[in-house]
Design a protein around this ligand. Structure first.
Ligand code: GRF
Length: 193
């Protein structure tokens, strides 16, 4: 059986993307085909280059519709023929035409215990709300904002007196370990189909 091919979409620092790239490099069955970013200055692009992963950058023109933007990405992605789309800090919603090309094969990690605190600042909102227990969620992606079917969650407690920065950093390290472990399961289950 061939390798499962993955395209990672990311807009930011890329710690999750790099954790996934690293994990894939140690497996025999997963290949990171490319890293796609909508931000040309995103650190994730440097991380991908360090691992010799092809990078694709798309700048959304103001006049361009979300549909057209996603179509552009789709067109370029064809060359890499990904089986799965893995979002890792990708800050745009995907349109239905894009999602329909990869049925049940688009996943995301979100920094809260969904359905609590969807949106851009999961850790920030959980911290401000004084949540004693927080976590991260891996879910399938639909057209909504962090509304897709939940695959798995990892909980962790707020440490007494912990600063927001420390809390967020700790959360991110947990994500970096959790995301590859969930993908491992997901890809092996789907190859049994
Ligand atoms: C993570 O907290 C992830 O859950 C959220 O965006 C952040 C991305 O961090 N969707 P990084 O770019 O992977 O370091």
């Amino acid at each position: 059986m061939g390798k499962v091919k993955v395209a990672i979409l990311a807009s930011g620092s890329g710690s999750n993307a790099e954790a996934i790239i690293k994990w894939a490099s140690m497996t025999k069955h997963v290949q990171i085909a490319c890293v796609v970013s909508d931000k040309k200055s995103a650190l994730v692009l440097e991380r991908a280059k360090k691992w010799s992963i092809p990078t694709l950058i798309f700048n959304k023109n103001k006049k361009e519709t979300r549909h057209d933007f996603d179509q552009r990405i789709l067109f370029e992605l064809k060359e890499y023929s990904p089986d799965w789309i893995v979002l890792a800090g990708y800050m745009k919603l995907l349109t239905i035409n894009f999602l329909n090309q990869f049925p049940n094969k688009v996943v995301n990690i979100h920094p809260s215990l969904l359905p609590l605190f969807p949106g851009k600042d999961g850790y920030g909102e959980a911290y401000k709300a004084g949540m004693k227990e927080s976590g991260c969620t891996i879910h399938y992606v639909d057209e909504g904002m962090d509304t897709g079917l939940i695959i798995d969650q990892r909980k962790f407690s707020l440490i007494d007196g912990e600063s927001f920065e420390d809390f967020k950093q700790r959360g991110l390290l947990i994500e970096n370990e959790f995301y590859p472990s969930v993908l491992e399961k997901l890809f092996s289950e789907s190859s049994e189909d």
